[in-house]
Design a protein around this ligand. Structure first.
Ligand code: FES
Ligand code: FES
Length: 166
């Protein structure tokens, strides 16, 4: 494997929300910053930058992943979905997004993209426990400063009981 100098820009190619993309980044650049600044996927938010708040969560090869805990170079060849992928072609909200709106599950919305991506993964899992208790357990990986969490739990449980569009 060729070693790259810390200031050298590596060309990183990946699939973002179904579209092949490529951009250059220094080897030390976080994937969260790469998504926002190089690829313009600003729906992915950045809070703590050390894996605690969850707002930078995206899906990498189908698995919810904290993009601040990855380097951009580790995304080479991966299939990445961000919150921008959830709405339909006419920007119609999917079931989970609609449930958030209807249950007052967001206020400032800063935490919302990460929570949506975590539960897009969780609700798509076979035999996922969608009791309020289990949802609260998964939600423990996200910090929301506004809602008190009850509306978020209600939105997720309601989506799980209906037919979710991932
Ligand atoms: S910004 Fe990634 S977990 Fe907080
Ligand atoms: S809605 Fe404001 S941080 Fe969660």
């Amino acid at each position: 494997m060729r070693r790259i100098n810390r200031d050298e820009q590596a060309l990183i190619k990946l699939t973002l929300n179904g579209t092949p993309v490529a951009a250059r980044a220094e080897p030390r650049l976080l994937f969260s910053d790469f998504l926002r600044h190089q690829l313009g996927a600003t729906g992915t938010h950045v809070g703590c930058e050390h894996g605690v708040c969850g707002c930078c969560t995206v899906m990498v090869d189908g698995v919810a992943t904290r993009s601040c805990l990855m380097l951009a170079v580790q995304a080479e060849g991966r299939e990445v979905r961000t919150v921008e992928a959830l709405a339909g072609p006419e920007l119609e909200l999917n079931d989970l997004q609609r449930a958030f709106r209807e249950n007052h599950a967001l206020q400032c919305g800063f935490c919302t993209p990460g929570i949506l991506m975590s539960f897009t993964d969780y609700l798509a899992r076979e035999n996922a426990d969608v009791s309020a208790e289990a949802v609260r357990d998964v939600l423990g990986g996200h910090i929301c400063r506004c809602t008190g969490y009850q509306g978020i739990v209600d939105a997720i449980v309601e989506t799980a009981k209906g037919s979710m569009t991932p």
